[in-house]
Design a protein around this ligand. Sequence first.
Ligand SMILES: Cc1cc2nc3c(=O)[nH]c(=O)nc-3n(C[C@H](O)[C@H](O)[C@H](O)COP(=O)(O)O)c2cc1C
Length: 139
Amino acid sequence: MRLVRLTYASLVTEDFTQKDLKKIISQSRENNLEKGITGYLLYDDKYFLQTVEGSAEEVNKLYNNIVNDLRHNQVQLLGFEEIEYREFTHWNLGYHTSTDINDEILLKYSNHKKFNPYHLHQKSSVMLLKEISQNIESE
Ligand SMILES: Cc1cc2nc3c(=O)[nH]c(=O)nc-3n(C[C@H](O)[C@H](O)[C@H](O)COP(=O)(O)O)c2cc1C
């Protein structure tokens, strides 16, 4: 089965809470482990940026669920690519809030110090998530 990586950006809904986030993380970790999916989610009060890796079939199914999930909206695909190997092998779903990421990392991968995943190039978004997953302890 082909291995693929999918990356998207979305807008957090206005009434979204930390409790909702915790629920998504725990449910996703359980599901992703079962489905052989790895990935990383970056979150702030306004945006989500997520990349997921796994079989083409499971990643497609998951993306379909994610697009229809009412806890966020304006889901925009940043990239879908076949890959030879995974970048996030340690994570069934690692996550971090973007508020405490230092400006330098954000500036390295975008034209702003402010986090806005809609402005990120697909490769930059994956590299940003990778750097965060390696350098900052996940929650
Ligand atoms: C920002 C965001 C990220 C999500 N990431 C995942 C994920 O990595 N894996 C997952 O199974 N569900 C994820 N979900 C939840 C899915 O949209 C959906 O609720 C879930 O896959 C359904 O699982 P179920 O079939 O066990 O009910 C995410 C939802 C949101 C809003």
